[in-house]
Design a protein around this ligand. Structure first.
Ligand code: AVJ
Ligand code: FE
Length: 441
């Protein structure tokens, strides 16, 4: 930013940190202490671990590294280092109690805000443009989505409440659109919020392809089930079929069928009929691939997804968001835990790309066919454990964010990744296909 903009940036950062804290407090104050310290699934940490871990990362980066201050608690670093203890082992650790964790994160935040007050966003790369503060705000928001997924796994009475998302106001004109072939700029060198794996900007050539204008809906996914999707081996990859058999997959996670064949789902403690026109959520990459093959489709690659979301064929540049440069509002996308569910397809016409691809950002994370790799000349920054240690290890890239993802991660360069078998994340998918010669000429 311009030097005169330092105060503006400082105010914006304080607001972002405040928003993140507001959300993690809401997610932890809605349940009692036993719910905070219990493990709701072996895939997840106890909520109180996420909460203190958020504070610990903020202490490591903002208080100690950026601020050069003495540790508030150096004795607990090891407990909250995600690489020291597997999630399943975390409940047995001598963790801070809920009250101790609250006092700790509050103490860290006070110091971090002092550090913010005297930070100049120049010179050191760690703070240039506000980077370390943006990174920590996004880190807290990422854990807020993880905590939301823990809430979804939690059994018991509903404790989280949110208004219903908007209904469909304008369905896309077509079910698929042609994304023309040619080069585009993937990733970024300049986005002040971009994390290491989104860099550097580089040119990628993408062959022409057809992309669905919406994510796959529950109704469409139910047709796959009714067509024997889970019983017919021919739609599955070899790895996918082996997993489907071992895990006895029969439907998306949290779905149950009635004796009359209708589908119900449990969503944050509420059991409700599966809504036909919402994007399907809580499917793994193998289920997504089997569905796509059944429909004569495939998943898009990560580069295809990003090109559809960013490339402006008129000026040849890459946009920050599918709809352009405007920051995401409630009109653009279902992000930010405003609604505790995906919105029906067609609910966000203002968030569509100029070519007419809807809801690329928000609602559900979208599985891609790409393994999580570093872009050419990837350099870990500021720590290897954010991205580098996960590269080239069979993690699958997911794009676009979900209803549980904060708006600060709604930019179309943002990359998420997980094991292809994971279903507790808010993940769905959309389909793509090659253009046959002569078609769409
Ligand atoms: C980017 C969502 C895969 O939760 O493992 C949180 C984010 N990294 N703390 C994860 C993250 C360090 C990460 N994902
Ligand atoms: Fe973390």
């Amino acid at each position: 930013p311009a030097i005169g903009g330092e105060e503006t940036l400082r105010t914006a950062i304080a607001a972002e940190l405040g928003r993140a804290r507001h959300r993690s407090i809401a997610l932890t104050e809605s349940v009692d202490d036993s719910d905070l310290t219990r493990q709701h699934s072996p895939l997840m940490s106890p909520l109180v671990w996420d909460y203190a871990h958020i504070g610990n990362q903020e202490e490591l980066w903002l208080v100690r590294d950026v601020g050069g201050l003495v540790p508030l608690r150096s004795d607990i670093d090891e407990l909250y280092d995600a690489f020291q203890h597997a999630r399943a082992d975390r409940p047995a650790l001598p963790l801070l109690s809920p009250d101790e964790a609250r006092a700790y994160v509050r103490g860290v935040r006070e110091k971090a805000l002092d550090v913010l007050d005297r930070t100049r966003f120049r010179g050191r790369r760690l703070v240039a443009g506000g980077f370390a503060f943006h990174m920590i705000a996004q880190h807290e928001q990422q854990h807020a989505e993880t905590m939301l997924a823990t809430h979804q796994l939690r059994m018991g009475e509903p404790v989280l409440h949110a208004p219903a998302p908007p209904s469909a106001s304008a369905l896309p004109e077509t079910t698929e659109v042609l994304i023309p072939g040619g080069p585009f700029t993937m990733g970024t060198d300049t986005d002040p919020w971009a994390l290491d794996n989104e860099r550097p900007a580089h040119t990628v050539f993408v062959a022409p392809f057809l992309l669905d204008t919406t994510p796959v809906t529950n109704a469409a996914y139910a047709e796959f089930i009714e067509a024997g999707g889970y019983r017919r081996r021919e739609w599955w990859t070899e790895t996918g079929w082996a997993h489907r058999s071992r895990a006895e997959l029969r439907a998306p996670l949290f779905w149950e069928s009635d004796s009359d064949g209708s589908w119900w789902r449990r969503r944050f403690g509420v059991v409700e009929p599966v809504p036909a026109d919402e994007p399907v959520v809580h499917v793994c990459a193998h289920e997504a691939e089997a569905y796509a093959r059944w429909r004569g489709r495939r998943l898009p690659t990560e580069a295809e997804w990003e090109k559809a979301a960013r490339h402006d064929p008129i000026d040849g540049r890459s946009r920050r968001y599918p709809w352009g440069a405007a920051e995401p509002t409630a009109e653009h996308a279902n992000l930010g835990q405003r609604h505790l569910r995906p919105a029906p397809v067609g609910a966000y016409p203002r968030g569509a790309t100029p070519a007419g691809v809807h809801q690329l950002v928000g609602d559900v994370w979208e599985w891609t066919s790409s393994v999580f790799r570093g872009y050419p000349d990837f350099a870990a920054f500021p720590y290897r454990e954010y991205s580098e240690v996960f590269l080239d290890s069979g993690y699958r890239v997911l794009r676009g964010g979900s209803f549980g993802t904060d708006t600060s991660m709604g930019r179309a360069t943002f990359r998420n990744w997980d094991h292809p078998i994971r279903r507790q994340i808010f993940a769905g998918f959309r389909c793509a296909r090659d253009v046959s010669p002569g078609e769409w000429a």
